[in-house]
Design a protein around this ligand. Structure first.
Ligand SMILES: Cc1cc2nc3c(=O)[nH]c(=O)nc-3n(C[C@H](O)[C@H](O)[C@H](O)COP(=O)(O)OP(=O)(O)OC[C@H]3O[C@@H](n4cnc5c(N)ncnc54)[C@H](O)[C@@H]3O)c2cc1C
Length: 339
Protein backbone atom coordinates (compact mmCIF):
# COMPACT_ATOMS: atom_id res chain seq x y z
CA UNK A 1 0.00 0.00 0.00
CA UNK A 2 1.27 3.50 -0.86
CA UNK A 3 -0.38 5.06 2.20
CA UNK A 4 -1.95 4.26 5.55
CA UNK A 5 -4.49 7.03 5.00
CA UNK A 6 -5.50 9.16 2.05
CA UNK A 7 -7.51 12.26 2.91
CA UNK A 8 -9.68 13.63 0.12
CA UNK A 9 -10.02 17.39 0.56
CA UNK A 10 -7.73 19.99 2.09
CA UNK A 11 -10.23 22.10 4.08
CA UNK A 12 -10.46 22.30 7.90
CA UNK A 13 -11.67 18.67 8.12
CA UNK A 14 -8.95 17.27 5.85
CA UNK A 15 -6.07 19.30 7.30
CA UNK A 16 -7.09 18.55 10.88
CA UNK A 17 -7.22 14.85 9.96
CA UNK A 18 -3.73 15.21 8.44
CA UNK A 19 -2.30 16.67 11.67
CA UNK A 20 -3.71 13.81 13.75
CA UNK A 21 -2.77 11.12 11.23
CA UNK A 22 0.82 12.30 10.94
CA UNK A 23 1.19 12.67 14.71
CA UNK A 24 0.11 9.00 14.87
CA UNK A 25 2.94 8.22 12.42
CA UNK A 26 0.58 7.19 9.63
CA UNK A 27 1.83 7.53 6.08
CA UNK A 28 -0.58 10.22 4.94
CA UNK A 29 -1.56 12.03 1.75
CA UNK A 30 -3.98 14.94 1.44
CA UNK A 31 -5.43 15.28 -2.06
CA UNK A 32 -6.96 18.67 -2.92
CA UNK A 33 -8.38 19.69 -6.29
CA UNK A 34 -8.57 23.46 -5.70
CA UNK A 35 -7.31 25.39 -2.66
CA UNK A 36 -5.64 23.94 0.43
CA UNK A 37 -7.60 25.63 3.23
CA UNK A 38 -10.97 24.76 1.66
CA UNK A 39 -14.04 26.85 0.92
CA UNK A 40 -13.63 29.03 4.02
CA UNK A 41 -10.68 30.75 2.31
CA UNK A 42 -13.32 32.59 0.23
CA UNK A 43 -14.94 34.36 3.18
CA UNK A 44 -14.04 37.83 4.41
CA UNK A 45 -14.21 37.35 8.15
CA UNK A 46 -14.40 34.43 10.59
CA UNK A 47 -15.37 35.29 14.17
CA UNK A 48 -16.55 31.97 15.57
CA UNK A 49 -13.52 29.67 15.40
CA UNK A 50 -12.18 29.26 18.92
CA UNK A 51 -8.79 30.91 19.32
CA UNK A 52 -9.29 33.29 16.37
CA UNK A 53 -11.63 36.13 17.50
CA UNK A 54 -11.41 37.73 14.05
CA UNK A 55 -9.47 36.40 11.07
CA UNK A 56 -9.93 36.59 7.32
CA UNK A 57 -10.71 33.38 5.46
CA UNK A 58 -7.48 33.69 3.48
CA UNK A 59 -5.32 34.02 6.63
CA UNK A 60 -7.20 31.18 8.33
CA UNK A 61 -6.65 28.93 5.29
CA UNK A 62 -2.94 29.78 5.30
CA UNK A 63 -2.64 29.09 9.04
CA UNK A 64 -4.29 25.64 8.88
CA UNK A 65 -2.31 24.69 5.79
CA UNK A 66 0.99 25.66 7.45
CA UNK A 67 0.02 23.80 10.62
CA UNK A 68 -0.68 20.60 8.65
CA UNK A 69 2.49 20.95 6.56
CA UNK A 70 4.59 21.08 9.75
CA UNK A 71 3.95 17.32 9.99
CA UNK A 72 4.91 16.63 6.34
CA UNK A 73 1.96 14.78 4.89
CA UNK A 74 2.14 14.40 1.10
CA UNK A 75 0.09 17.33 -0.22
CA UNK A 76 -1.12 16.30 -3.67
CA UNK A 77 -2.84 18.75 -6.01
CA UNK A 78 -5.31 16.56 -7.92
CA UNK A 79 -8.98 15.73 -8.28
CA UNK A 80 -10.13 12.40 -6.90
CA UNK A 81 -12.30 10.66 -9.50
CA UNK A 82 -13.00 7.32 -7.83
CA UNK A 83 -12.33 5.34 -4.66
CA UNK A 84 -12.15 1.65 -5.64
CA UNK A 85 -12.03 -1.45 -3.43
CA UNK A 86 -8.79 -3.43 -3.71
CA UNK A 87 -7.31 -6.26 -1.64
CA UNK A 88 -6.43 -4.94 1.81
CA UNK A 89 -7.75 -1.43 1.22
CA UNK A 90 -8.63 1.05 -1.48
CA UNK A 91 -7.28 2.56 -4.66
CA UNK A 92 -7.82 6.29 -4.96
CA UNK A 93 -7.93 7.23 -8.61
CA UNK A 94 -7.11 10.85 -9.49
CA UNK A 95 -6.38 12.93 -12.56
CA UNK A 96 -2.71 12.87 -11.45
CA UNK A 97 -2.38 9.10 -10.95
CA UNK A 98 -3.66 6.34 -8.71
CA UNK A 99 -2.66 5.60 -5.10
CA UNK A 100 -3.37 2.63 -2.84
CA UNK A 101 -4.19 3.07 0.83
CA UNK A 102 -5.35 1.13 3.85
CA UNK A 103 -7.92 3.78 4.78
CA UNK A 104 -9.61 6.83 3.22
CA UNK A 105 -10.95 9.91 4.97
CA UNK A 106 -13.46 11.71 2.76
CA UNK A 107 -13.33 15.40 3.69
CA UNK A 108 -14.45 16.80 0.35
CA UNK A 109 -16.93 19.39 1.63
CA UNK A 110 -19.82 20.78 -0.34
CA UNK A 111 -19.94 23.12 -3.33
CA UNK A 112 -22.26 26.13 -3.57
CA UNK A 113 -25.68 25.24 -4.94
CA UNK A 114 -26.72 26.95 -8.16
CA UNK A 115 -30.04 28.68 -8.79
CA UNK A 116 -30.61 26.80 -12.05
CA UNK A 117 -32.18 29.78 -13.82
CA UNK A 118 -31.56 31.22 -17.30
CA UNK A 119 -28.54 33.51 -17.42
CA UNK A 120 -26.78 31.94 -14.40
CA UNK A 121 -24.24 29.82 -16.29
CA UNK A 122 -23.96 32.34 -19.11
CA UNK A 123 -22.95 35.18 -16.77
CA UNK A 124 -20.99 33.16 -14.22
CA UNK A 125 -17.79 35.15 -13.65
CA UNK A 126 -19.34 38.15 -15.39
CA UNK A 127 -21.51 39.34 -12.52
CA UNK A 128 -22.77 36.01 -11.19
CA UNK A 129 -20.64 34.88 -8.25
CA UNK A 130 -20.56 32.64 -5.18
CA UNK A 131 -17.60 34.48 -3.64
CA UNK A 132 -18.11 38.05 -2.41
CA UNK A 133 -14.54 38.34 -1.15
CA UNK A 134 -13.16 37.34 -4.55
CA UNK A 135 -15.51 39.37 -6.74
CA UNK A 136 -17.08 42.04 -4.49
CA UNK A 137 -14.40 44.71 -5.13
CA UNK A 138 -15.30 44.68 -8.88
CA UNK A 139 -18.72 46.10 -7.96
CA UNK A 140 -17.69 48.98 -5.70
CA UNK A 141 -20.40 51.67 -5.56
CA UNK A 142 -22.76 49.56 -7.73
CA UNK A 143 -26.12 47.97 -6.87
CA UNK A 144 -25.97 44.20 -6.36
CA UNK A 145 -28.26 41.32 -5.36
CA UNK A 146 -27.51 38.74 -2.69
CA UNK A 147 -29.66 35.60 -2.84
CA UNK A 148 -30.23 33.56 0.35
CA UNK A 149 -30.96 34.10 4.03
CA UNK A 150 -28.53 31.89 5.96
CA UNK A 151 -25.14 32.54 7.57
CA UNK A 152 -23.22 32.70 4.30
CA UNK A 153 -25.64 35.12 2.60
CA UNK A 154 -25.69 37.46 5.59
CA UNK A 155 -21.97 37.38 6.44
CA UNK A 156 -21.04 37.95 2.79
CA UNK A 157 -23.73 40.64 2.58
CA UNK A 158 -22.11 42.40 5.54
CA UNK A 159 -18.84 42.43 3.65
CA UNK A 160 -20.42 43.64 0.40
CA UNK A 161 -22.36 46.40 2.16
CA UNK A 162 -19.08 48.17 2.88
CA UNK A 163 -18.19 48.25 -0.82
CA UNK A 164 -21.34 48.59 -2.87
CA UNK A 165 -24.00 51.29 -3.18
CA UNK A 166 -26.97 49.06 -2.42
CA UNK A 167 -27.79 45.42 -1.76
CA UNK A 168 -31.09 43.75 -2.62
CA UNK A 169 -31.32 40.76 -0.29
CA UNK A 170 -33.58 38.28 -2.08
CA UNK A 171 -34.88 35.48 0.12
CA UNK A 172 -37.61 32.88 -0.43
CA UNK A 173 -38.90 33.27 3.14
CA UNK A 174 -40.07 36.28 5.17
CA UNK A 175 -37.17 36.22 7.64
CA UNK A 176 -33.47 35.43 7.78
CA UNK A 177 -32.21 32.23 9.34
CA UNK A 178 -28.61 33.38 9.92
CA UNK A 179 -27.05 33.54 13.41
CA UNK A 180 -28.90 36.25 15.42
CA UNK A 181 -25.71 38.30 15.93
CA UNK A 182 -25.19 38.47 12.13
CA UNK A 183 -28.87 39.27 11.54
CA UNK A 184 -28.77 42.20 13.98
CA UNK A 185 -25.75 43.71 12.24
CA UNK A 186 -27.24 43.19 8.78
CA UNK A 187 -30.68 44.56 9.70
CA UNK A 188 -29.08 47.77 10.95
CA UNK A 189 -27.46 48.60 7.60
CA UNK A 190 -28.91 51.54 5.69
CA UNK A 191 -28.03 50.32 2.18
CA UNK A 192 -29.94 47.01 2.20
CA UNK A 193 -33.40 46.46 0.72
CA UNK A 194 -35.08 43.16 1.61
CA UNK A 195 -37.00 41.37 -1.11
CA UNK A 196 -38.87 38.79 0.98
CA UNK A 197 -40.82 35.72 -0.17
CA UNK A 198 -39.13 35.95 -3.55
CA UNK A 199 -36.98 33.91 -5.89
CA UNK A 200 -34.80 34.82 -8.84
CA UNK A 201 -36.29 33.48 -12.08
CA UNK A 202 -33.83 34.96 -14.56
CA UNK A 203 -30.49 36.74 -14.67
CA UNK A 204 -30.26 39.29 -17.43
CA UNK A 205 -27.33 40.97 -19.09
CA UNK A 206 -25.58 42.12 -22.18
CA UNK A 207 -21.90 41.24 -21.90
CA UNK A 208 -22.22 41.35 -18.10
CA UNK A 209 -25.10 41.12 -15.65
CA UNK A 210 -27.39 44.14 -15.70
CA UNK A 211 -30.47 42.87 -13.87
CA UNK A 212 -32.45 40.06 -12.28
CA UNK A 213 -36.09 39.10 -12.54
CA UNK A 214 -37.59 38.18 -9.17
CA UNK A 215 -40.91 36.51 -8.53
CA UNK A 216 -42.92 37.01 -5.35
CA UNK A 217 -43.98 33.54 -4.21
CA UNK A 218 -47.11 34.84 -2.44
CA UNK A 219 -48.53 37.03 -5.22
CA UNK A 220 -46.87 35.50 -8.30
CA UNK A 221 -45.89 39.02 -9.35
CA UNK A 222 -42.57 39.41 -11.22
CA UNK A 223 -40.36 42.50 -11.25
CA UNK A 224 -36.95 43.50 -12.53
CA UNK A 225 -34.17 44.76 -10.29
CA UNK A 226 -31.34 46.64 -11.97
CA UNK A 227 -28.13 45.19 -10.52
CA UNK A 228 -24.55 44.70 -11.74
CA UNK A 229 -23.94 41.48 -9.84
CA UNK A 230 -25.73 38.55 -8.21
CA UNK A 231 -24.09 36.75 -5.27
CA UNK A 232 -25.68 33.36 -4.67
CA UNK A 233 -25.76 31.70 -1.20
CA UNK A 234 -28.65 29.25 -1.26
CA UNK A 235 -26.98 26.18 0.21
CA UNK A 236 -24.55 23.52 -0.86
CA UNK A 237 -24.27 20.25 -2.75
CA UNK A 238 -21.98 17.61 -1.18
CA UNK A 239 -19.00 16.60 -3.31
CA UNK A 240 -19.24 12.87 -2.73
CA UNK A 241 -19.90 11.33 -6.16
CA UNK A 242 -16.47 9.64 -6.30
CA UNK A 243 -17.09 7.30 -3.37
CA UNK A 244 -19.68 4.54 -3.11
CA UNK A 245 -20.80 4.53 0.53
CA UNK A 246 -24.18 5.02 2.19
CA UNK A 247 -25.51 8.54 1.72
CA UNK A 248 -28.67 10.46 2.53
CA UNK A 249 -31.12 11.63 -0.16
CA UNK A 250 -29.03 14.74 -0.81
CA UNK A 251 -25.73 12.87 -1.19
CA UNK A 252 -24.29 13.65 2.27
CA UNK A 253 -22.33 10.68 3.65
CA UNK A 254 -23.83 8.84 6.61
CA UNK A 255 -21.38 7.75 9.32
CA UNK A 256 -21.50 6.36 12.81
CA UNK A 257 -20.28 8.35 15.82
CA UNK A 258 -16.67 7.44 14.95
CA UNK A 259 -16.95 8.92 11.43
CA UNK A 260 -16.95 5.36 9.99
CA UNK A 261 -18.97 5.07 6.77
CA UNK A 262 -20.84 1.98 5.59
CA UNK A 263 -17.51 0.62 4.21
CA UNK A 264 -14.85 -0.48 6.70
CA UNK A 265 -11.78 1.73 6.43
CA UNK A 266 -13.58 4.63 4.74
CA UNK A 267 -14.32 7.53 7.06
CA UNK A 268 -15.99 10.88 6.38
CA UNK A 269 -15.68 14.24 8.12
CA UNK A 270 -16.88 17.81 7.75
CA UNK A 271 -19.34 19.41 5.36
CA UNK A 272 -19.61 16.31 3.14
CA UNK A 273 -21.09 14.36 6.08
CA UNK A 274 -24.77 14.12 7.03
CA UNK A 275 -24.96 16.26 10.17
CA UNK A 276 -26.91 18.95 11.98
CA UNK A 277 -24.90 21.91 10.77
CA UNK A 278 -21.83 22.93 8.81
CA UNK A 279 -19.11 25.00 10.46
CA UNK A 280 -15.32 25.05 10.20
CA UNK A 281 -14.73 24.17 13.85
CA UNK A 282 -17.08 21.18 13.58
CA UNK A 283 -15.28 20.01 10.43
CA UNK A 284 -11.91 20.27 12.17
CA UNK A 285 -13.17 18.26 15.15
CA UNK A 286 -14.66 15.59 12.92
CA UNK A 287 -11.42 15.41 10.90
CA UNK A 288 -9.45 14.79 14.10
CA UNK A 289 -11.87 12.06 15.17
CA UNK A 290 -11.80 10.43 11.73
CA UNK A 291 -7.99 10.26 11.80
CA UNK A 292 -7.98 8.70 15.28
CA UNK A 293 -10.61 6.19 14.15
CA UNK A 294 -8.55 5.41 11.00
CA UNK A 295 -5.50 4.76 13.17
CA UNK A 296 -7.52 2.45 15.44
CA UNK A 297 -8.95 0.68 12.39
CA UNK A 298 -5.45 0.02 11.00
CA UNK A 299 -4.33 -1.32 14.37
CA UNK A 300 -7.42 -3.55 14.58
CA UNK A 301 -8.70 -1.67 17.63
CA UNK A 302 -11.69 0.18 16.16
CA UNK A 303 -13.95 -2.83 15.76
CA UNK A 304 -12.85 -4.16 19.11
CA UNK A 305 -13.80 -0.89 20.80
CA UNK A 306 -17.17 -0.83 19.06
CA UNK A 307 -17.89 -4.45 19.94
CA UNK A 308 -16.88 -3.87 23.55
CA UNK A 309 -19.45 -1.10 23.79
CA UNK A 310 -22.16 -3.41 22.46
CA UNK A 311 -23.29 -5.88 25.18
CA UNK A 312 -25.06 -8.15 22.67
CA UNK A 313 -22.07 -8.52 20.33
CA UNK A 314 -21.26 -12.24 19.93
CA UNK A 315 -17.48 -11.74 19.78
CA UNK A 316 -17.32 -9.28 22.63
CA UNK A 317 -15.02 -11.37 24.81
CA UNK A 318 -12.52 -12.16 22.08
CA UNK A 319 -12.46 -8.49 21.03
CA UNK A 320 -11.83 -7.62 24.66
CA UNK A 321 -8.82 -9.91 24.72
CA UNK A 322 -7.50 -8.48 21.42
CA UNK A 323 -8.01 -4.92 22.59
CA UNK A 324 -6.25 -5.77 25.83
CA UNK A 325 -3.31 -7.22 23.90
CA UNK A 326 -3.02 -4.06 21.78
CA UNK A 327 -3.33 -1.73 24.74
CA UNK A 328 -0.80 -3.73 26.75
CA UNK A 329 1.81 -2.37 24.36
CA UNK A 330 1.16 1.02 25.99
CA UNK A 331 1.51 -0.27 29.56
CA UNK A 332 -0.70 -2.13 32.03
CA UNK A 333 -4.22 -2.90 30.84
CA UNK A 334 -7.36 -4.42 32.38
CA UNK A 335 -10.46 -5.37 30.39
CA UNK A 336 -13.28 -6.01 32.85
CA UNK A 337 -16.53 -7.77 31.98
CA UNK A 338 -19.43 -7.70 34.38
CA UNK A 339 -21.15 -10.65 32.68
C1 LIG B 1 -19.12 32.26 2.24
C2 LIG B 1 -18.91 31.33 3.40
C3 LIG B 1 -18.67 31.84 4.67
C4 LIG B 1 -18.48 30.98 5.75
N1 LIG B 1 -18.20 31.50 6.99
C5 LIG B 1 -17.97 30.67 8.03
C6 LIG B 1 -17.63 31.19 9.32
O1 LIG B 1 -17.56 32.39 9.52
N2 LIG B 1 -17.39 30.28 10.31
C7 LIG B 1 -17.46 28.93 10.13
O2 LIG B 1 -17.21 28.18 11.06
N3 LIG B 1 -17.79 28.43 8.92
C8 LIG B 1 -18.05 29.26 7.88
N4 LIG B 1 -18.38 28.73 6.66
C9 LIG B 1 -18.53 27.28 6.54
C10 LIG B 1 -17.15 26.63 6.41
O3 LIG B 1 -16.50 27.19 5.30
C11 LIG B 1 -17.27 25.13 6.23
O4 LIG B 1 -18.08 24.59 7.24
C12 LIG B 1 -15.92 24.46 6.27
O5 LIG B 1 -15.03 25.06 5.36
C13 LIG B 1 -16.05 23.01 5.92
O6 LIG B 1 -14.79 22.42 5.96
P1 LIG B 1 -14.56 21.03 5.22
O7 LIG B 1 -13.11 20.74 5.37
O8 LIG B 1 -15.55 20.05 5.67
O9 LIG B 1 -14.90 21.32 3.69
P2 LIG B 1 -14.29 22.37 2.68
O10 LIG B 1 -13.72 23.55 3.34
O11 LIG B 1 -15.34 22.59 1.66
O12 LIG B 1 -13.08 21.58 2.03
C14 LIG B 1 -13.30 20.50 1.17
C15 LIG B 1 -12.19 20.50 0.13
O13 LIG B 1 -12.29 19.30 -0.64
C16 LIG B 1 -11.93 19.59 -1.96
N5 LIG B 1 -12.48 18.56 -2.84
C17 LIG B 1 -13.79 18.33 -3.10
N6 LIG B 1 -13.93 17.28 -3.93
C18 LIG B 1 -12.67 16.86 -4.21
C19 LIG B 1 -12.15 15.83 -5.03
N7 LIG B 1 -12.95 15.02 -5.74
N8 LIG B 1 -10.82 15.68 -5.11
C20 LIG B 1 -9.99 16.49 -4.38
N9 LIG B 1 -10.42 17.50 -3.60
C21 LIG B 1 -11.75 17.67 -3.51
C22 LIG B 1 -12.53 20.97 -2.21
O14 LIG B 1 -11.86 21.63 -3.27
C23 LIG B 1 -12.33 21.66 -0.86
O15 LIG B 1 -11.15 22.44 -0.81
C24 LIG B 1 -18.56 29.58 5.56
C25 LIG B 1 -18.80 29.07 4.29
C26 LIG B 1 -18.99 29.93 3.21
C27 LIG B 1 -19.25 29.36 1.83
Amino acid sequence: MDYDVIIVGGGPAGLSAAVYARRANLKTAVIEKLTFGGIITTTDLIENYLGFPAISGADFGKAIQEHAMKYNPDMIQAEVKLVKDVDGGYEVQTDAGNFTTKTVIVASGAAPKKLGVPGESEYFGRGVSTCATCDGPFFAKKDVAVVGGGDSAVSEGLYLARLVNKIYLIHRRDRLRAEPILQQRFMSLSNVEFVWNSVVTKIEGDKKVNGVIVKNLLTGEEKELKVSAVFIYIGEVPQTGFVDVRKDDHGYIITDENMQTSKPGIFAAGDCRHSLTKQAIISAGEGALAAIAAQMYIEGRLKATQELANPSAPNRHSYGVRLGQTLRAYGKCFVLFAD
